[in-house]
Design a protein around this ligand. Structure first.
Ligand SMILES: Cc1ncc(C[n+]2csc(CCOP(=O)(O)OP(=O)(O)O)c2C)c(N)n1
Ligand SMILES: [Mg+2]
Length: 269
């Protein structure tokens, strides 16, 4: 074997034997992996008191086996359920779920909305590539109308979840969305989400060139970046647009605050 000439210094929170990652060329999940460890570096969190939980899918490989930490690589759709058990059993743990859009919002959707409603002390990071990547590119609840997938060869017909609205509606007090190309705000948001007391949810829009790109004729990562730059707009700019203009973009940013509803008061029969 030819030894590589340049030896990269691997981040100390990562397991050298786990590299190279299993991610395809151009997959955004590796960018999120890097963003996570950089965000954790900016917190005072005790690495030895952190637990990373994931389900099944390409995104579920982000913490496990790459993070040199305690990780739980669980069943498809069940990371939030495992994370709930872990944090109830040991409230001193900082429990972080990192998984895919299919895992968290399709089969695992109920666990996710109830964790938000119950304001469980968890940080959930959803790597959203708008597709079931690992199983060959089937439609997910996040697939946008018209998108070609293995199970929608003529274009997806159903409306996708807007995860920000879903989480807000379920009662989450910290909700955020960035694409992996908006790397600096993504790292800052992950830092804040990890330190938030209570439930926090971060959606990271991640390109899947292998399946999504191939089927929707987005050949390169550069093309993904260009399209995402046209589609996603910082909410500070988005909020200033007239309503008919707002519909053309997906806002990115943080939605943080007490999202009390009229139902929060007692006895509303
Ligand atoms: C109970 C069960 N149903 C279905 C599957 C097949 N399966 C494995 S991963 C996956 C989807 C993963 O998609 P996502 O969570 O979006 O992750 P990605 O691969 O896109 O990063 C499915 C359907 C499974 N492993 N277990
Ligand atoms: Mg996915």
């Amino acid at each position: 074997m030819i030894e590589p000439k340049i030896q990269h210094q691997l981040h100390p929170r990562l397991r050298p034997e786990a590299f190279p990652t299993p991610f395809c060329s151009g997959c955004g999940h590796g960018i999120l992996l890097g963003a996570m460890v950089r965000a954790i570096d900016q917190t005072e969190l005790d690495w030895d008191q952190m637990l990373f939980v994931s389900g099944i899918g390409c995104a579920a490989w982000i913490p496990s086996p790459h993070f040199a930490a305690d990780t739980l690589h669980t069943l498809h759709g069940r990371p939030v359920a495992y994370a709930t058990g872990a944090v109830l059993a040991n409230p001193r743990l900082k429990v972080v779920v990192i998984s895919g859009d299919g895992d968290l919002t399709a089969i695992g959707g109920n666990h996710l909305i109830h964790a938000a409603r119950r304001n469980l002390p968890l940080t959930v990071v959803c790597a959203n590539n708008r597709i079931y990547g690992m199983t060959g590119g089937q439609t997910a609840p996040t697939t946008c109308c018209g998108d070609i997938t293995q199970t929608s060869p003529f274009g997806a017909e159903e409306q996708p979840f807007d995860l920000r609205r879903l989480m807000e509606g379920a009662g989450a007090r910290f909700v955020a969305r960035w694409t992996v190309f908006q790397i600096h705000p993504l790292i800052k948001t992950l830092t804040r989400a990890l330190q938030f007391k209570g439930f926090s949810f971060v959606e990271a829009i991640s390109p899947c060139p292998t399946h999504y790109g191939k089927m929707n004729k987005i050949p390169t990562l550069g093309d993904f970046r260009r399209i995402m730059k046209q589609t996603y707009l910082d909410k500070k700019k988005w909020e200033k647009l007239p309503i008919e203009e707002q519909e053309k973009f997906i806002p990115t940013g943080e939605w943080v605050g007490s999202l009390k509803t009229n139902l929060d008061q007692e006895s509303r029969l």
